[in-house]
Design a protein around this ligand. Structure first.
Ligand SMILES: [Cu+2]
Length: 606
C-alpha cells in the first residue's frame, strides 16, 4: 500500500484501511530494524569474575572463600557464540579482592590485536581488582574454542565455551561438552605449593567434570548429580568437546554410540569414525553422533590417561526423550560405562586429513628450533620446568608487548641476522625467540624424564597461531636418524598437541634414575604470518607457572594494531541504529496524524 493513495477514494472506503502501520506492523518493523542495525555488527558479552562456593562433585570442601571462582555467578562460565565476521565485544570485570585477572581466547589468532590475547605481563597489564578490560576483535575463524583465565590456577573454574559459527554449524543441532578437572584442595594453597622451596605439586585431580558436574563417589550425593544431555531419537547432533582441563589428558566415549570426528581445534577434517577420543588440555573436537540406539539412558565417560592415582569419576548421561528419568544421582555400575582403551603411543593425527584440500603444508622449513623441556631444581630448592635450560619467568611490572613494541625497546629487529641467537633461537636480552616475517619454523618439542624418574606427557599450545602437526618419535629427536622419525601422512592444522611420553611413563613406571633421559618428541611446522608477541607453552597450567613456556617475538616491524575504535566505528554504528529505529516511529506518528485529520474532516466513524 502506498502512502500517496491516502489522498484518494477515502470517501468510499473505510478509513481504517488507510492506516498504513497498525500497532502490530509497527512493532514488527521496529524489531526488524533493531535487529538489522545491531546484530549483524556487534555481539557484546560481559564476563564478571567473582568468588563463589562450589561443590561440583557433590563434596563440600573446607577451603577458603577465595578458592573457587565463578564467571557471571556460573560454573562453567557462560557460552560466547558468534558468527564469522562478527565483531565481538567482551567486557571482563575483575571482582576479586586481591587477585589479578586476564582472559585468553584459546585458539584465536588475534591478528592485529595481540594486545587482546589475555596473557598477563606479556600481552597486557593484568586486570587489577575492581578494574575491567574490554576485548574488541573481529571473528576470523569458525569452530570450537574456549576462553579461560591465564592467571595462576584460576582456569580450574574460570572458563567457558567460545563457539564460532558458520553455515554448517547453523544447520546442525549443537551440544557443547566441557571437560575439566577439579580438586578438593584450596587453589591458593596449591599455587603457593608450586613456588615453595619444599615444593608441593597440585596433586592429581579428585574429580573429572562434564560441564562442571560429576559425583565424587557413592558416599556423596547432591541434587545436581551428573550432567545430563537430552536428545531426541533418530537425530544427528554435533558434539563439541572442549578439553578445559588444567592437568588431565582424558579418553572419552559415549556408550552405545560411535563418534564421527569432523573438526579439530577449529579446522574441519574429513569425517572419521572413532569409538573414543583422547583429549588433552587445550584440545577441542567436534564429533557427529546419531541417536539411533534404543530409547534409554547412556553413560558418557571421560577417564584420565598417562598419569597415576587418578579419579575414575568423569561421568555424564545421554538421555533419550521418553526414556525413564536419567539416574543422575546414582553412581553407575562400571559395566555400564563405555570401554576406554589404555594409553597408546599411536597418535590420532595419523588417521586425520584436512577437509580443505587447498591448504598445503610448506614442503620445507627455514629453521628448526628444538625445545627441550626439563624439570630442574630451583636455586631455593624448589622445582621448576625449563625450556632449553631457561625457566620462563614472566615480567611483573611492565608488559612485554608494551616494552618491545609500544616503547620500542626490542633489542632485535627482523632485519637483523639471527646469528646472535643462542640455544637454538633464544634471544636472552628480550627473553624471547625472535622470528622473522613469513619464516617457516619447525619446532621440535622434546620430553625428558622428571626428577622423580617419570616421563610425563605435555600438552603444548601456541598463541596467535595454529601449526602443521607433522611428525613424532620415541626417545630423543635425531634429525640424522630417520628410523626414529615417524612422518604423519596427511598433516592437519591445529593449535594444541599432546607430546606423549614414549618411555618411563607413569603407567609403565619403573623405579630407577632416568632423570633427563629423552622420552618422546613431536614436531610442528609454524608459518610466521601474524606479527605479535605469542607464548608457546605447556597447557598443564601448573607446568606453565613453573616455567614451561617460551615467547615468540614475531615480526614486530610489521605489526599494525587494530584498536576498538577502528573496529567499532562507534559513532556511525549509533547513527545507523538511530536512523533505522527512527523510521518506523516517524512513520507511525505521521500516519496517526494523517488518519486523525482525515477522520475528523469527513466525520467518519472508526
Ligand atoms: Cu607440561
Amino acid at each position: 500500500m502506498d502512502i500517496l493513495n491516502l489522498q484518494y477514494n477515502f470517501e468510499n472506503m473505510r478509513l481504517g484501511e488507510y492506516r498504513l502501520l497498525n500497532k502490530q506492523n509497527f512493532l514488527f518493523l521496529l524489531f526488524l530494524n533493531i535487529i538489522i542495525s545491531v546484530s549483524t555488527i556487534n555481539r557484546e558479552y560481559n564476563l564478571i569474575i567473582t568468588y563463589g562456593n562450589l561443590s561440583p562433585d557433590c563434596v563440600q570442601v573446607n577451603v577458603s572463600q577465595q578458592s573457587s571462582l565463578l564467571v557471571n555467578g556460573q560454573f562453567p562460565g557462560p557460552e560466547i557464540r558468534a558468527t564469522y565476521d562478527d565483531i565481538l565485544i567482551i567486557n571482563v570485570f575483575n571482582k576479586l579482592e586481591s587477585e589479578d585477572l586476564t582472559i585468553h581466547f584459546h585458539g584465536l589468532f588475534m591478528n592485529n590485536t595481540p594486545h587482546l590475547d589475555g596473557v598477563p605481563y606479556i600481552s597486557q597489564s593484568p586486570i587489577k581488582p575492581n578494574a575491567s578490560f574490554t576485548h574488541v576483535f573481529r571473528v576470523q575463524l569458525v569452530g570450537t574454542f574456549f576462553y579461560h583465565s591465564h592467571v595462576g590456577l584460576q582456569a580450574i573454574t574460570v572458563f567457558g565455551p567460545l563457539i564460532l559459527e558458520d553455515k554448517l554449524s547453523q544447520s546442525l543441532s549443537d551440544i557443547v561438552l566441557m571437560l575439566s578437572d577439579w580438586w578438593h584442595t584450596d587453589r591458593l594453597i596449591q599455587e603457593q605449593g608450586l613456588f615453595s622451596p619444599t615444593f608441593t605439586f597440585v596433586g592429581e585431580p579428585t574429580s573429572i567434570l562434564l560441564n562442571g558436574k560429576t559425583m565424587y563417589n557413592s558416599s556423596y550425593t547432591c541434587s545436581h548429580g551428573y550432567h545430563v544431555i537430552n536428545v531426541t531419537k533418530n537425530q544427528m547432533y554435533r558434539l563439541r568437546i572442549i578439553g578445559a582441563t588444567t592437568l588431565a589428558t582424558l579418553n572419552f566415549a559415549i556408550a552405545g554410540h560411535t563418534l564421527t570426528l569432523i573438526e579439530v581445534d577449529g579446522n574441519y577434517v574429513k569425517p572419521l569414525e572413532v569409538s573414543y577420543l583422547e583429549i588433552a588440555s587445550g584440545q577441542r573436537y567436534s564429533a557427529l553422533f546419531i541417536t539411533n540406539n534404543i530409547t534409554d539412558n547412556y553413560y558418557m565417560f571421560a577417564d584420565v590417561r598417562w598419569r597415576k592415582n587418578i579419579a575414575h569419576n568423569g561421568i555424564g548421561i545421554l538421555h533419550y526423550e521418553n526414556a525413564s528419568d536419567a539416574p543422575n544421582t546414582i553412581v553407575p555400575d562400571k559395566s555400564l560405562l563405555p570401554y576406554l582403551p589404555p594409553e597408546t603411543n599411536i597418535y590420532l593425527a595419523d588417521s586425520l586429513q584436512l577437509q580443505n584440500d587447498t591448504l598445503s603444508l610448506p614442503s620445507n622449513a627455514d629453521r628448526e628450533i628444538i625445545l627441550i623441556g626439563t624439570q630442574v631444581r630451583n636455586y631455593d630448592g624448589g622445582i621448576r620446568w625449563a625450556m632449553n635450560n631457561v625457566i620462563y619467568i614472566s615480567p611483573n611490572s611492565s608488559y612485554l608487548l608494551n616494552d618491545l613494541y609500544f616503547n620500542n625497546k626490542s633489542l632485535i629487529s627482523s632485519s637483523n641476522d639471527l646469528s646472535n641467537l643462542t640455544n637454538g633461537g633464544y634471544y636472552a636480552p628480550d627473553n624471547t625467540y625472535p622470528i622473522r616475517k613469513n619464516e617457516v619454523i619447525d619446532f621440535v618439542i622434546q620430553n625428558t624424564v622428571a626428577l622423580n624418574g617419570v616421563c610425563e606427557g605435555h600438552p603444548y599450545h601456541t598463541h596467535g597461531h595454529n601449526f602443521w602437526d607433522i611428525s613424532y618419535g620415541d626417545g630423543e629427536y635425531d634429525p640424522n636418524n630417520l628410523s626414529n622419525i615417524h612422518v604423519i601422512p596427511h598433516p592437519i592444522l591445529r593449535d594444541s598437541i599432546f607430546v606423549k611420553p614414549s618411555a618411563y611413563a607413569y603407567y609403565q613406571y619403573v623405579n630407577s634414575t632416568n632423570y633427563k633421559k629423552s622420552c618422546g618428541w613431536k614436531k610442528i611446522r609454524l608459518i610466521a604470518d601474524n606479527p605479535g608477541i605469542w607464548p608457546l607453552h605447556c597447557h598443564i597450567v601448573s607446568h606453565m607457572m613453573m616455567g614451561m613456556q617460551i615467547v615468540l617475538e614475531e615480526d614486530l616491524q610489521d605489526l599494525r594494531i587494530l584498536y576498538a575504535k577502528d573496529l567499532l566505528t562507534s559513532r556511525s554504528t549509533s547513527i545507523f541504529t538511530t536512523i533505522f529505529t527512527t523510521i518506523p516511529v516517524v512513520f507511525y506518528i505521521l500516519n496517526f496524524f494523517i488518519y486523525e485529520k482525515l477522520r475528523r474532516k469527513f466525520g467518519l466513524e472508526e
